[in-house]
Ligand binder design. Structure first.
Ligand code: NAI
Ligand code: HPV
Length: 528
């Protein structure tokens, strides 16, 4: 298969080389939205940084696109809802530029404290104004970190080494980690009045938009200095401008802006504001890291696998992959089998996690999505994958639920998928007894022991002599070899189930004949 990937922002050559070893790569930077919309239909993958706006219209025009890779952390320039709806995997490289952004923040803070950019410009003009650039020390000052994630934590370590007192706010803060780093955890209301320097390291989301504004600035220390190396929009620039003009805020260091590039007449025109053009991630080391990371993830996805840092679907933590992945694969096969066994419009899908699968925790969401993919992908026009499986079900009015039970009919771990349609109900249960040994252990009420692979015929019939023989004769006449057979029943003479593993497809006319056999209630052929 000849894949094509578009790189629409500057990406380190090392990443592009990795991609070129796998597929065709076009590097076209500086495209307008209109230009991007015109060409995106040709591509299977798109790699961006913060310069490209991957809007809903771009996603709409992307006929073949399966992967959008963000060579960096922030994904606020990508319309995740639109991508999710279309089943496009969006992944980033979250840790690759952490240190670059952290060091840039430190550099900005030191430059702000000592007026280095303003002094540099003055000296270059031939001036020698030593008293005009009196600074403040970082030593002993309180640094307030808002957003204690990767960058916030790295910054705390370094600021402590400079003998600053570090305080932090994050609604999801890891208190243990904060304690280890000697950081005092505060609420925002507590942090604002005590900090000499305030630096934001949150994503730009609804909750953080204009987090720093006239009202919150009023609660800050007089002469506070503010740094934003995270995202424009976390600070209300107009409000900050006023506060600097009034002398409430002594200065600001900005790497990111509400509009990029920022207007020359806006906040950057103030002498007390120092600025860089979104350079937080611009180090040789960080660019190599993020480019290689997204290139590798892109290849994995185009090969049919998953990406390591998917942002629009549940992910399995790396240390859980070995345990969860076999069940996820099994669930997908169970879903694929079920959809071939049922008739009618699906109303609900229930995935029950039995025995010790309760220990899977949040990872059940990943497994459930793969069960839905197995079930819905064969019957829907739009490809269904881990990203859009849940949405695809919801859009078709299918209720999806997960339940957890200790009940496991003798197995350590067991997953049961129950499908209810407007005509019937069916269920299958599966287990992975040892690595690489997935089994279907129950179909409806009947225990089985079936490998979920290849061609199968599953019938329900009256448990009376002769039925199985007639069955085998019909299949034999079609030259279909029977590889294995299991019969399950609850009581002699009752309804029984038969699972036949066969070596090739059973033609429809043979299936039609089988259902005509006296005593056969249902018979379904399925390919897993
Ligand atoms: N200037 C640049 O070139 C760069 C900017 N960034 C930006 O820096 C920011 C942080 O990046 P990372 O530390 O890697 O992300 P992260 O995801 O590791 O940390 C973000 C933290 O913000 C916290 N948070 C969420 N909502 C919050 C709220 N309402 N108030 C306070 N905290 C909240 C989260 O709990 C999380 O701990 C992102 O916006 C990212 O895009 C990242 C790299 C380079
Ligand atoms: O990783 C991030 O969030 C950044 O803001 C870096 O942006 P960039 O890749 O340099 O355009």
């Amino acid at each position: 298969m000849n894949y094509k990937v578009l790189v629409s922002d500057p990406l380190a050559e090392e990443g592009i080389e990795i991609l070129r070893g796998f597929c065709e790569v076009d590097v076209r930077t500086g495209l307008s939205e209109e230009q991007l919309i015109k060409i995106i239909g040709e591509y299977d993958g798109l790699l961006v940084r913060s310069g490209t706006q991957v809007t809903e219209s771009v996603i709409e025009a992307a006929e073949k696109l399966r992967f959008v890779g963000r060579a960096g952390a922030g994904v606020d320039n990508i319309n995740l809802d639109a991508a999710t709806k279309k089943g496009i995997i969006v992944a980033n490289a979250p840790a690759g530029n952490t240190l670059a952004a952290c060091e840039h923040t430190l550099a900005m803070m030191a430059s702000l404290a000592r007026n280095i950019p303003q002094a540099t410009a003055s000296v270059k003009k031939g001036e020698w104004k030593r008293s005009a650039f009196m600074g403040v020390e970082l030593n002993d000052k309180v640094l307030g970190i808002v957003g204690f994630g990767r960058i916030g934590q790295e910054l705390a370590k370094r600021a402590s080494a400079l003998e600053m007192k570090v305080v932090a706010y994050d609604p999801y803060i890891n208190r243990e980690r904060a304690k280890e780093l000697g950081v005092e955890v505060m609420t925002l209301d507590e942090l604002f009045p005590v900090a000499d320097f305030i630096t934001v390291h949150t994503p730009l989301i609804k909750e953080t938009k204009h987090l720093i504004n006239t009202t919150t600035i009023a609660t800050m220390k007089d002469g506070v200095r503010i740094i934003n190396c995270a995202r424009g929009g976390i600070i209300n620039e107009a409000d900050l401008c006023d506060a600097i003009a009034q002398g409430k805020v002594a200065g600001a260091a900005l790497d990111v802006y509400e509009e990029e590039p920022p207007k020359a007449s806006g906040i950057i025109s103030l002498d007390q504001v120092i600025c860089t053009p979104h350079l937080g991630a611009s180090t040789v080391e960080a660019q190599l890291n993020v480019a290689v990371s997204v290139a590798k993830q892109c290849i994995e996805v185009l090969k049919g696998g998953s990406a390591k840092f998917v942002v629009n679907a549940p992910m399995i933590p790396p240390d859980q992959v070995e345990r969860i992945e076999p069940y996820a694969n099994l669930a997908q096969k169970m879903g694929k089998l079920l959809i071939q066994l049922v008739e009618g419009r699906i109303e609900s899908v229930e995935v029950e996690y039995g025995g010790k699968t309760a220990e899977f925790g949040q990872n059940t969401k990943y497994i459930t999505r793969l069960a839905l993919k197995g079930m819905l992908d064969p019957i829907l026009q739009t490809p269904v994958n881990i990203v859009n499986a849940e949405l695809a079900a919801k859009e078709r009015g299918i209720r999806v639920s997960e339940t957890i039970t200790e009940e496991s009919f003798g197995f350590t771990n067991v997953i049961t998928i129950r499908v209810k349609t407007d005509k019937m109900e069916e269920s299958v249960s599966g287990n992975v007894s040892s690595p690489g040994k997935p089994r279907i252990v129950k179909i409806g009420e009947y225990m089985t022991d079936m490998t979920p692979t290849g061609h199968v015929v599953i019938s329900r019939h009256h448990d009376v002599p002769g039925v199985i023989g007639k069955f085998a004769t019909i299949i034999g006449h079609k030259n279909v070899n029977i590889a294995g057979m299991q019969v399950g029943r609850n009581r002699p003479g009752d309804e029984a189930i038969m699972v036949l593993n066969v070596d090739s497809e059973v033609p429809q006319d043979a299936m039609d004949e089988i259902v005509q056999i006296d005593g056969v209630f249902t018979a379904k052929y399925a390919k897993i």
